[in-house]
Write a protein that binds this ligand. Structure first.
Ligand code: UDP
Ligand code: MG
Length: 312
């Protein structure tokens, strides 16, 4: 049995060596083979040098380094890692030590002892973030679960271990705008969720800002649901019905009661309201169109500049 650790790294110069050491500590005494697939996602610091150093010095270990030609984002880095992973089981794990390698052992145990599961995903038992953030996140998951055909576990992270068949299924998903949580859910298979404790980041800082998270969340919704596109239809239908009723009222009042209508303010408000709604809907359509446009170019999900790998 062989385990592949797929590790996306973006500006993790002070973490990769420690990560390697901790993994060796956790796995070396275990009765299975394992390999590291580090993906340098266009880091601007010395991450690549450190990875090359590991590759050159730790010749006993099975290390692959895939270096992307620029920063493609974690989702693409994961894809690049999966493409180069050869294990029977694959783990996605961050380089910053927030996720402990010991948990991977726990996941492997489950996959071995409970063959009905193809994937084990870790979720944060206790969230270490502000309550506002937790509120936003849980709101997002409620929304996406309502709107889309996929079912997402609210707290599940990308920290997962799964079988080769799951990895192959994910590699089949060639979409350019990748939203892993949705992809994992879409491919199906049986997933077991286990709680884990998120550790403090060892060095460096998180790449997520609030605006990035919001963009990511909206991208996730449009990647797995087309329901927002129907929004215009519902609003339009509602407005048409209301205006038809109002038209009848106006005609009756004019003919039978000779009522003269005025209402400059009403007209201005209505024009602004519907102008706004129309632009909003065009915006939604535009965002789907943009994705379709980019996807139609069929660009690769990542470009590897360099791959270090030893022939076995
Ligand atoms: N990462 C990456 N490319 C990016 C951003 C992040 O490969 O563009 C990697 C990063 O190096 C880390 C993992 O993805 O190993 C998770 O990133 P981070 O720790 O910033 O996210 P958080 O743990 O705060 O959710
Ligand atoms: Mg992290």
């Amino acid at each position: 049995m062989k385990l592949s650790l797929v590790v996306p790294c973006y500006n993790e110069q002070d973490n990769v060596e420690l990560f390697y050491e901790e993994c060796v500590k956790a796995f070396d005494s275990k009765p299975f083979e394992y390999e590291f697939v580090f993906v340098n996602d266009g880091s601007r610091d010395h991450t690549l040098d450190r990875l090359k150093k590991l590759y050159n010095e730790k010749t006993d270990s099975n290390i692959t380094v895939v270096s992307l030609s620029r920063n493609f984002g974690k989702e693409s880095a994961i894809y690049a890692g999966l493409k180069n992973a050869e294990g029977d089981y694959i783990s996605l794990i961050d380089a910053d030590m927030q996720q402990r390698p010991e948990v991977v052992l726990e996941m492997l145990e489950i996959l071995k002892n409970e063959p009905e599961y193809d994937c084990v995903a870790a979720y944060q038992g206790k969230r270490k973030e502000s309550s506002v953030m937790t509120g936003f996140k849980s709101g997002f998951y409620k929304l996406i679960n309502k709107l889309s055909e996929v079912e997402l576990h609210a707290d599940a992270s990308d920290f997962r271990t799964f079988t080769r068949s799951v990895a192959d299924a994910i590699l089949e998903m060639g979409e350019y705008h990748r939203f892993s949580k949705g992809i994992f859910s879409w491919v199906g298979f049986n997933t077991k969720y286990i709680p884990y404790e998120v550790q403090q980041r060892n060095a460096g800082e998180t790449k997520w800002s609030f605006t990035k998270l919001v963009k990511y969340a909206l991208g996730g919704i449009s990647a797995f649901s087309t329901r927002p596109l129907s929004f215009a239809t519902y609003v339009g239908a509602f407005a048409t019905i209301v205006s038809l009723i109002y038209l009848i009222v106006v005609i009756i009042q004019r003919i039978f009661f000779n009522h003269a209508f005025s209402g400059y303010a009403t007209i201005v408000v209505l024009i602004l309201l519907f102008g706004g709604l129309q632009l909003f809907c065009i915006g939604i359509i535009g965002s789907y169109l943009a994705k379709t446009y980019i996807q139609s170019k069929n660009r690769p999900i990542y470009i590897a500049k360099e791959i270090l790998k030893r022939d076995k």
